[in-house]
Design a protein around this ligand. Sequence first.
Ligand code: ZN
Ligand code: ZN
Length: 349
Amino acid sequence: MKALTFYDIQDLRYEEVPNPIIEKADEVIVKIKVVGICGSDIARYRNLGPYVKGNVWGHEFSGEVVEVGSDVTNVKQGDRVVGCPNLVCHECDYCKSGHPSRCESLNTIGALVPGAYAEYIKLPAVNLVKMTESMSFEEGTLVEPATVAIHGLYQTKIKMGHEVAVVGCGNIGLMAIKWAKAFGAKKVFAIDIDDKQLQVAKKFGADVLINSKDIDFYDEIRKYGNGVDIAIESAGNPFTAARILGLPRKGGEVVYMGIPYADVPIPRFYFEKIMRNELNIIGSWCTISAPYPGKEWVNAVEYIGNKRVDVLGMVTHKANLSEGPEMFQKIIANPKDFGKVLLYPEEII
Ligand SMILES: [Zn+2]
Ligand SMILES: [Zn+2]
């Protein structure tokens, strides 16, 4: 089959690789229909390189089941499915106590095992969730980035009437805005340094837009009250990762969803907020809970599939899988021009 294999920084190739074959009774082979480019893929492509040289890359996908192992009962040939990319052992203390996102041998497709920038992928059956009838493959592919935001919000005490600030309105930030509303947030502040992105955030449900390029968002947010109940860091930026500590009201929460690929120096003024304001600092990792793959997946499929939450507005580009290497080059040359990019192993739908 054809796939995108990741060899080195800025060295992504479209080439022939062996087809996956069923080796264990619980395995399933899925024909991939749509696969999304993740923000973390861009960071790896630009700065970090692959986990394993030449591995098939990618982890956000939807597709159709083509073959199942002898023990598989939850899906069958022809089922339309989305795939949870996080692989866990199901046996360590964390997995057994209902926290698979903390699994001691947490792995993700496209990292150490073959991923989804390909015509076919093999996964354990438990990682597959059936799509609703009304769900398109595009919507299915956006379930994984949705679950990242949902998993983060489930770590908080969010309630109807809460005020939430989202710092960084890239794909995960947009998802955080959308899902904070679905969780009952009364008012969502979108904070970014790019006006164009803030306009997209507005379409995703943000109530107040703050461009923090030339102003301090600590002061700005206080024009609206004492601070927010929950501040979400989705920029993955060392500067905002420190300053976000100034956004919550006393007793509020900070959730880190973005990954800063650099040290995070925290000025004393902001660090002290953790103590003085008795903040709850929450880390959120991947997308899963118990029963595996978790309520994140069940609810993302339900809400997106039944059009209760519309996430398609973040898609800006579609291309054939074969155009992947070129597309990654274009994205790092002009990152601001790209929202969610979808790739298609067959024809673009
Ligand atoms: Zn991702
Ligand atoms: Zn485990």
